[in-house]
Design a protein around this ligand. Structure first.
Ligand code: ATP
Ligand code: MG
Length: 243
């Protein structure tokens, strides 16, 4: 079982949104007509703000598994139990800040995903979490989230990070579809499968998956040169090709 922890000292950067989306994609979601109900993915949350609890409550599907932790520490025994039950992936959504609770989750992770909004101030704030991951000795990746389409600041942030092998492409843009899907208890790919937002999140899952399994993505689908956000047309083309 692979454990993925979403963590960031800053609030509101997308930990919960990305947890929900990645967990659905990890379940093998293949498109609107697929019947996939993969029960081998779990979401654990320790966030008292109830963001992902609400998502789960309005979700009319019984997967991924959802577990709210009552204690303020991630019990190792809970992860062991999930592993014994045959879970392939467990995602842990953490509250903002770098607390004992977050550290305990990071210590149990195979990968820490750190969402960061594309500005220098946000990047600097993320370095606290990066330092913590380094200290603990756990693999980590920075993911740009909530980038505004058409702004140069997203481009600059992506370029700033692109030299690091801890930066995961692609950036995820600020798109209303993501917030709308979340409010309906859905992942974006379930809510608007043929959208650029879905494509970004799908590519992000491919990148996280590759990272977890020690694979390299040989060249990005659109080449390694920055070309701005995906268009819906591009997403449709890639969906058609990939089936
Ligand atoms: N890529 C995106 N596009 C559009 N809206 C987004 C995106 N990512 C996050 N949001 C919105 O930003 C807000 C904060 O996101 P989210 O709750 O996922 O962040 P968080 O890091 O979990 O916050 P907290 O630290 O409070 O737990 C929410 O309203 C969410 O819908
Ligand atoms: Mg949250």
């Amino acid at each position: 079982m692979k454990t993925i922890v979403l963590a960031a000292r800053k609030g509101g950067v997308g930990k919960t949104t990305l947890t929900a989306n990645l967990a659905v994609l990890a379940s093998g979601y293949k498109g609107p007509d697929s019947e996939i109900e993969d029960l081998e993915v779990a979401i654990l949350t320790q966030d008292p703000q109830k963001g992902i609890d609400m998502w789960w409550n309005v979700r009319e599907k019984h997967w991924p598994h959802f577990i709210k932790l009552n204690t303020n520490l991630v019990p190792v025994t809970m992860l062991r139990m999930l592993r014994d039950k045959g879970m392939k992936y467990t995602f842990i959504d953490t509250p903002p800040g770098y607390t004992r609770v977050v550290e305990s989750a990071m210590r149990l992770a195979d990968l820490v995903v750190i969402p960061v909004q594309p500005s220098m101030a946000d990047l600097w704030a993320a370095f606290d979490t990066v330092d913590a991951a380094k200290r603990i000795g756990v693999d980590y990746v920075l993911v740009i989230n909530k980038a505004s389409p058409g702004t140069s600041i997203a481009k600059e942030a992506a370029e700033e990070l692109s030299q690091s092998n801890h930066y995961l492409w692609p950036p995820v843009f600020q798109r209303v579809g993501n917030a709308a899907a979340f409010g309906r208890g859905l992942a974006t790919v379930e809510h608007s499968p043929f959208s650029a937002a879905s494509e970004e999140l799908f590519q992000l899952w491919i990148a996280v998956h590759a990272r977890l399994h020690g694979k390299r993505i040989l060249g990005h689908p659109r080449g390694s040169v920055w070309k701005g956000p995906f268009t819906v047309a591009e997403w449709k083309r890639s969906f058609t090709h990939d089936g």
